[in-house]
Design a protein. Structure first.
Length: 92
């Protein structure tokens, strides 16, 4: 599969992801509306946004500027390889 290069398609994809997240949040709150559920949902969304920022901005710009991620699977592989390289380096 190739990368999407069309700005219009990228905006459409971003809007659709936003719409899915909004709809899921609304449905969760309709199903079980109380202040605790609303706060926990907000904290979960905030936490995942910060994790995404860390995975795709902090690592590429501050930890390892040469590495480029294509997705979460690449991030997992990168972290696993770094752990393996660190262990073998410590043994020398």
């Amino acid at each position: 599969m190739t990368d999407i290069k069309s700005p219009a398609l990228l905006y459409a994809k971003g809007f659709l992801m936003f719409a899915v997240g909004t709809l899921a949040s609304i449905l969760l709150l309709i199903d079980r509306f109380d202040i605790r559920s609303a706060i926990l949902l907000a904290v979960a969304v905030w936490g995942f946004c910060r994790a995404y920022y860390f995975a795709f901005y902090v690592i590429e710009h501050y930890i390892d500027p040469q590495y480029r991620f294509a997705g979460l699977v690449d991030l997992i592989r990168y972290c696993a390889n770094r752990r393996g390289n660190r262990s073998s380096r410590d043994l020398q």
